[in-house]
Design a binder for this molecule. Structure first.
Ligand code: GLN
Length: 497
């Protein structure tokens, strides 16, 4: 087979590949092979994957090709290679959460999203690297080493879904799933120049997603363009009785929202988000994107989100508090790793946790346990929950004046590996624009909107009303149809072996 053709195939979006499969111009096997070939030549540098499911992927691809040959109708995602963040369960695969404490833990069941993907014959290529238990913003907190950004391997791909974002960017998957507790889909999407959506809390089932902070966690797509994002949402969205927080609200067909009619759409631009600390190139790109949408009929209105400055403090109490409770179950008895030497039960717990958890996870468990402890609960956790309501109220007020809120995703483009990892506060500050979306449960979408002078991608973040992802899709699609940022690819010669 022609090598260039193989390479090109793995860089196309899923909806184009679907057309090629259906018309017989290519096969799922050919696409899967080209993705696997990219993994082979790029992943030694990028390190997006923890597990590659080569054999089962090829078998799944072959199954789809046989269905197509037999004239069966297939879903747009049938036969399309997809990467799964390694905090989602898939039967027979290790689910490590990039932690030593889960080393050797094999998923006994499929996550709801995996079930749904397998039901449409999606080809799951492998499980991707993340910050340990999704705690981090750079994928450096992985027990298995960092993932690198395909645009510049010296830089972080973002986190915690850095492996998933890097895989899509490098043509090592066509699309991917990530999870977002405080920005973990949107920030890597921005750093890697792809599309990322944190759906409304309750839109996608969390059944089979390893819990980090249960009132904030949500699964969502990382894709090459907005159409692919809609296709993936169509498969994974909708009610699931096994997740008690799953919303009993019908999931629309998101592809119907892919129109370019945004006349009269009101874009809220919060004055608080465009202040000191924001990189001038990022600011220019975001403002340019807003201007472009104005040219197509949207209107901007100035809004205020006065409590935005508290989101960081609130998040870093609520998330560690919930994490300290969720992570108590990793005690060496039920899952994965158990320290081989122990004098008694307590000693076994201590040794297992000391060796099994990395430094950031330990920091969060300690912060969270402290915030929840008697005597401090009112001062920290309860207070944080009250301020969380104030942040939510700000958005309720804003959505009386606008349909969608437009803000940056990150203060700067991708930072260097090693730049912030030893300074937790600096790392936490890089989440300043993404946290309020999780605290409020609202949907947030990131799309590529420009490049820095150093050719690093910049992402525009759009926030919608609860369960109104449709408006995000409409605005995003309009922007994408009139720009070509999403068609840019990194210089792969720098990352190939
Ligand atoms: N960066 C944030 C944190 O470290 C968010 C992580 C996430 O969304 N999973 O907690």
């Amino acid at each position: 087979m022609n090598k260039d053709r193989v390479k090109d195939l793995a860089l196309l979006p899923a909806h184009r590949l679907h057309e090629l499969i259906v018309s017989g111009e290519t096969t799922s096997l050919e696409i899967t092979e080209s993705v696997l070939a990219n993994i082979e030549r790029r992943d030694p540098v990028i390190k997006a994957y923890l597990t590659v499911l080569r054999d089962s992927a090829l078998r799944a691809a072959d199954r789809v090709d046989r269905k197509v040959k037999a004239g069966e109708r297939i879903n747009p995602l049938s036969g399309i290679p997809l990467a799964l963040k390694d905090n989602m369960c898939m039967i027979g695969t290790e689910t490590t959460c990039s932690s030593r404490i889960l080393k050797g833990f094999v998923s006994p069941y499929d996550a709801a999203v995996v079930e749904r993907l397998l039901a449409v014959d999606s080809v799951i290529v492998g499980k991707t690297n993340l910050d340990e238990f999704a705690m981090g913003s750079s994928t450096e907190n992985s027990a298995f080493g960092p993932t690198r950004n395909p645009w510049d391997p010296e830089r972080a791909p973002g986190g915690s879904s850095g492996g998933s974002a890097a895989a899509v960017t490098a043509g090592e998957a066509i699309l991917a799933l990530g999870s977002d507790t405080g920005g973990s889909i949107r920030q890597p999407a921005a750093f890697c120049g792809i599309v990322g959506l944190k759906p409304t809390y309750g839109r996608v089932s969390r059944y089979g997603l390893v819990a980090f902070a249960s009132s904030l966690d949500q699964i969502g797509p990382l894709t090459r363009d907005v159409t692919d994002c809609a296709l993936l949402m169509n498969v994974i969205g909708g009610h699931d009785s096994r997740d008690s927080t799953s919303a009993e609200i019908e999931c629309p067909n998101f592809t119907k929202s892919l129109t370019t009619d945004i006349r009269g759409l009101k874009m809220g631009v919060p004055r608080e988000y465009f202040q000191e600390g924001l990189d001038p190139e990022v600011e220019r790109s975001i403002k340019g994107a807003i201007k472009l949408l104005e040219e197509f009929g949207a209107e901007s209105v100035e809004i205020s989100l006065p409590h935005y400055g508290y989101a960081l403090a609130v998040y870093y109490i609520v998330a560690p508090a919930e994490a300290s409770s969720n992570l108590a179950r990793y005690d060496g008895v039920k899952y994965g790793y158990r320290h081989p030497e122990r004098e008694n039960l307590l000693d076994m717990y201590c040794k297992t946790k000391s060796e099994g958890f990395g430094p950031e996870v330990k920091r969060r468990i300690m912060l969270g346990t402290f915030a929840l402890s008697s005597g401090y609960y009112d001062a920290y956790y309860l207070k944080a929950q009250k301020v969380r309501t104030l942040i939510k109220n700000d958005f309720d007020q804003a959505f009386k004046k606008c349909d969608i809120v437009m803000i940056p995703t990150t203060p700067t483009p991708a930072f260097l590996i090693g730049e912030k990892v030893d300074d937790p506060l600096q790392m936490y500050l890089s989440d300043v624009f993404t946290l309020s979306v999780n605290l409020t449960g609202l949907p947030g979408m990131v799309i590529p909107c420009g490049f820095s002078s150093g050719r690093l991608p910049i992402g525009l973040q759009m926030i919608g009303r609860a369960f109104d992802e449709k408006t995000l899709f409409r605005a995003a699609y309009t922007f994408e149809q009139n720009t070509d940022h999403h068609k840019q690819t990194p210089d792969f010669s720098k990352i190939e072996r």
